[in-house]
Each structure stands twice: as structure tokens, then as C-alpha cells.
Ligand binder design. Sequence first.
Ligand code: NAD
Length: 562
Amino acid sequence: MNKHRFGSPAAATIFMQVHPHLHGKRGVDLLHEPLLNKGTAFTERERDALGLRGLLPPRITTQQEQLARVLETVRNKPTDLERYIYLVSLQERNENLFYRLMTDYIGEMMPLIYTPTVGLACQRYALIFRRPRGLFISLRDRGHVKQILQNWPHADVRMIVVTDGERILGLGDLGTNGMGIPVGKLSLYTACAGVAPELCLPVTIDVGTNNQELRDDTHYLGLRQPRERGAAYDGLIDEFVNAVQDIFPLACIQFEDFGNANAFRLLQQYRDRICTFNDDIQGTASVALAGILSALRISGASLSSQCFLFQGAGEAGIGIGELLVGALRAEGLSEADARRRCWYVDSKGLIVASRQDLSSHKRNFAHDHPGTKTLLAAVEALRPTMLIGVSGMAGAFDERVVQAMGKLNPHPVIFALSNPTSKAECTAAQAYTWTEGRAIFASGSPFPDFTLHGRTHQPGQGNNAYIFPGVGLGIIASQAQRVTDEMFFVAAKVLAGKVTDGDLSVGRVYPDLHRIREVSAAIAEAVAEVVFERGLTTMRRPVNLFERVQALMYDPNYTEYV
Ligand code: NAD
């Protein structure tokens, strides 16, 4: 059964070995198994052999016909939230068709299953809740986390995305409602890199919420208590991490949308112990570095001649800065010089050495300099070449700030990375208009093309989905035991290398999203190469690594079961 699900018969055999419970499904059970269901596409022979006759309308349709039907249905929905709900229900009944739609229409579907729509879906989580997806682990489950993991129906999990819901996109603490994020991210692992859906496990850890509105909401589905901190919090996370090592020893844990104090701390605590990374810190850094490298191809300048000013010094901002320091050092700069190229403005103004209120991750970028209160004053004082917004402060790049960047630079780089769209520091139209079309612009959530004085600009989306799915596939392909910054550095270089001159000519610093599976496969190969070179696995390097990567990539086409 399902022999073409993967790119090679060997991978298909592995699939059936690790999912014996999928063998022998028939009749209604088969129709209710989303990994196998094909709906009206079951053939006459299959309907007879698998006890399906009479359970489906008589006309047999192809996957292509089904695709046209679901696409029309999605497009006819009145709102993006309705589209999201429909897509989730499609995923719940027919994963192959869902991923066929995702793969073939990724540019149109990604903003629906991920940012910006997923933000709204999380905010409305209780009202749109139909079927649970993923595992919920709460403070009440202390001592039982292993059993919870054993309740998951798939024995071989390779990628776990876990959140505690404290910082969902730029929307803040959404408690258990944050589950939309791990679910959406894992869908992107499959759609963008072909990580098979059954290898993916979304997890939400509910330790309460400090969002009073949610706690007062009669429909809220999480624990109605303030967020637990300290030993009880750490104990639950540790129990979860240890249980994963026991139950799913080959799984990588991706920490996602944790509040920044916990995010930095947990990464530090676990990165040398288990296979783990934090996409908000490391994935963001990699995608931003790729955009920076592409922008330099447009401006013709070198990385080491840049001055970076960040608005926001949280997970994203500091993550990007740390990876940039590595990239600058690779260009020959000393660590101190590299750090001096990166400047930060946070909610209290410019981060400088004299400030007493800095956490350790900010302190690494606190330079001797007089403080400034506003972003504009910082731009004027530091004369940055690149301005990167990761503060969640909508409109922070106002006309005066953007114009100041335009005065200082022939090609000012303006990255407004905050999500969702409503939180972007400026819009694409503003960045182009206020710099007479000279800005090199990218954003976190997508913006439409913008035409100014007869020239059409295509803003790039600095979407982490260019990076984490490929990194994950590389980890799976090499059975990596650790995840290192070097992997995100090579991933950035591979991604930048996939940007064509044609992309750059319209101002796009990322490749067309339609090439995402090709990009992810190349990233996976490069990441796996690092794993083997650094001895971060006990697996032997396959002779043809790229073939191994491709063979693992799930293909959402239907196969004949009989
Ligand atoms: P975070 O909470 O860790 O950090 C936010 C930072 O912004 C903090 O340092 C805070 O001090 C600072 N800040 C708050 N108000 C400010 C103000 N008025 N002026 C200047 N700084 C201010 O969050 P994060 O994980 O770093 O994410 C920040 C934003 O970046 C979010 O909107 C997120 O969606 C976005 N993001 C985008 C991408 C992407 O585009 N690929 C990836 C990750 C995060």
C-alpha cells in the first residue's frame, strides 16, 4: 500500500514498517484515515477490494479534478479566516489532497495556513476549534508526559514543533490558543520540504496565560491561571524534553513562539544536550542573513562595509545579530569589530554600554556611545546602511526615518520583518514611495507588488519557511544529534545562492516561492553535509547525499492501493 508516497521504494518500505497500524484499513476506517483517504478518487477496483462500494458517490474523479474543486471552494470563501477553517478541515480528511493544494499553490496558500491568517486563527482558536490536532501538555500532566507522548498514534516522530503560547507572532500571550502555530509550521515542513506528515508532531505546553482577556473568555480552552514560572515551569519543560528522548529518540525539537527570556534560556540549556533549535532565533537569523546577502548583490557593497541598525532586540533581532557576527568574522573581522557593526534600539532607546537595564543577550551588543531616545536620532547618529525591524511596533519606520535612510544610502535596505502584516514597521508601498523607489525592501508577512513611476517592485518576504523546512529535512536525512549555528549559516548561503538576477531585477531578495521545494532540498543537503563533516551523527554518510534527501521527500500524489 502507498508505495509511491516517498521518492523511493526503500523509503516507502520504511513508512509501512513504522506505521503498521495503517495496514489493512478498510471501509469507513479508510475514509476516516486522512493519511490514506482519497475520497472520490478511489477507483472501482479499490472500492470493491477495500469495502468502499456505496460509501462514496458513484463518479470517480482524479486528484487533479479534486484539486480544481477544493481550489474553487477556497477562493469562494468570504474571508481568509473561513479559508483557513476550510483548509484545516481538508487536512483532517485528506492529507494528500491538502498537500497537493499547498504544493501547487504555495504562494496563495501559505498566507492562509501561516502568517498572517494563522494569527487570527489563534486569536479565535476556541471558536473555530473542531478536532484537536497535536498534543496538549499542561501543568496538570506533571509526571505523565511520557504517557501522553505514547498516546500519539505514530511511533516514528522526527520533527516536533512546541510552543508555550507566550509570544505568538507579534500578538503576545495567547496561551493554549497558540496551538495554531505548531500545526501551521509543521504543515510548512511538509509543503515546503516534503517532510512526511506522519513524521511531524505539534505540541502545546499550557502553563497558564497572563492574558486576562483570555482568562475571562468563557470559551477559552486552556488553563485559567496566571503563567507558571520558575521551578514548576522548568520541571514540566524538562520532563517533556526527556520524555521525547525516550519515546521519539530520533526527533528534533523546534521551540517556537516562547517568550524571549525562556527562549534564549532554553536554547542555551538544551542545544548541547539534545537535537533542538529555536526557529524564532536561529531560523529568522538565517532567512534575514540570506536577504542581506542578496541585497548586497543589488547594491554591490561588501558585507564588512555595512552598519546594521535593528529596531527590536528580542529573539529575532539578537538572533540575526549573532549570525551576522559569525558571517562578518568569516569575512575576516574580529569579533569586537563584527559586533560594532550591529546596533539596537529597544523600547528604552539605543542600546549602549552605559545602560543598566540590559539582559545578557543585549549586553553583547551594547557599545560605548551616547544614548539616543528615538529611532530617528539613532539613524542620524549611526548612519546605518541597513535598517531591520523586529520589534512588533507597527509604523515604527515612519516617513522621516525612511527618508533619513534614503538620504544616507543610494540603496537603503529596509526590512520590516514584524508579523503579522498589521505589525509591520512600514509597508512596501511606504518604503518605495519615501525613497523614490530606491529601497531594497523585505517584510515578514507578504505585501503585494507596488508600481512607482512605471517600475514594478516585488517585495521579498523574509519568511522563515525558506529555511526551517530544509534544515529539518537535512536533520532527518542525517539523523543529526545536534543543531548548530553553522547549519543556519550554510542554509542562508544556499538560499541566497538560489536568488536569480531576474529576482534581483525586480527588487526581490528571495527566490520565487514556487521554487521552495528545490530550495529546501538544497538546504537539506548542505545541512546534512555539515552534520556528517562535524560528526554530529552515528549514521554513515550515504554515497549520494542529495539522492538520499530527495528520496525522503514526501510526494502528495495518490497511489493505487490495490
Ligand atoms: P521579542 O518579544 O523577543 O522581541 C521584541 C523586541 O522588541 C524586544 O527587544 C522589545 O524590547 C522590542 N520593542 C518593544 N517595543 C519597542 C519599541 N517601541 N521600540 C523598539 N523596540 C521595541 O520578539 P521577537 O521574537 O524578536 O519578534 C519580534 C517581531 O519579529 C515579531 O513581530 C515577529 O513576528 C517578527 N518576526 C519576524 C520573522 C520573519 O519575518 N521571518 C521571524 C521572527 C520574528
